[in-house]
Design a protein around this ligand. Structure first.
Ligand code: HEC
Length: 213
């Protein structure tokens, strides 16, 4: 009879543990859901016309203005999404500029229409870019002022350098460590809480069993 009572009780505890576990799992999923949603909101909206001028909102931030500077002074070389001068990006250029290193274009010959276009131009946005190598946005800005645009270094307004730096910094998610930190913190916190609650339940269960024995 005693044995039957103990097994009945431990079954009841097991059921309680399972219910708690289920509750914790559901809570964890619920709390981590917004982070999934905020991640998916980063996905850029595909634009049909890749050469279209970016729309500047009514109260633009330096990043919005930097997007405009990038469009005007950087995009032709570094690509619409910062991919660098890829073959695919050159196909988006107007037809007679798609192979711009030839004579009469940007090859660097005496009768060419402008400055020579470098053959390799690196990515400046995304994991392919070297943006992680800049310790700070000031360092990136100093590099740009000194070397860019390559044909006329230092010729943009000071504010334009600041804005385009803010834009690149933002596009490479260097200015939003908190956004990456929040989901990790929520998941880690939930797991820790789960572990503590389970430990407490287990200890209470063991103590009850011992008392009953
Ligand atoms: C005429 C083509 C051209 C234009 C226009 C141009 N760049 Fe560049 N950019 C280059 C080349 C070529 C390099 C590589 C230079 C080197 O390796 O020394 C480069 C390098 C860079 C780098 C360094 C990347 C790295 O790997 O460290 C950044 C950042 C950059 N450009 C941003 C810009 C911005 C911002 C603008 C607009 C203000 C711009 N570029 C306009 C050709 C261009």
């Amino acid at each position: 009879m005693d044995q039957l009572l103990t097994s009945h009780r431990s079954n009841r505890w097991r059921r309680r543990c399972a219910a708690c576990l289920l509750l914790i799992v559901v809570a964890t999923l619920f709390f981590s859901a917004p982070s999934v949603r905020s991640d998916s909101s980063i996905t850029p909206t595909p634009t049909l016309d890749r050469l279209a001028t970016p729309v500047v909102p009514d109260n633009p931030t330096p990043i919005d203005l930097g997007r405009q500077v990038y469009y005007l002074h950087c995009m032709s070389c570094h690509g619409d999404v910062g991919q660098g001068l890829t073959d695919e990006w050159r196909q988006v250029w107007v037809e007679d500029h798609q192979n711009c290193w030839g004579k009469g274009c940007h090859g660097g010959h005496a009768d060419d229409e402008g400055f020579p276009i470098p053959k390799t131009i690196p990515a400046v946005i995304g994991p392919e870019s070297a943006m992680m190598h800049y310790a700070s946005s000031d360092e990136l800005q100093a590099y740009l002022v000194q070397t860019h645009p390559p044909q006329w270094p230092g010729t943009l307004d000071k504010i334009a350098y600041e804005e385009v730096t803010a834009y690149l910094w933002h596009e490479n998610q260097r200015d939003t460590p908190a956004v990456q930190f929040v989901p990790v913190a929520i998941v880690a916190g939930s797991l820790l809480l789960t572990a503590i609650v389970l430990l407490l339940i287990y200890r209470t269960w063991r103590m009850r069993n011992r008392n009953e024995a």
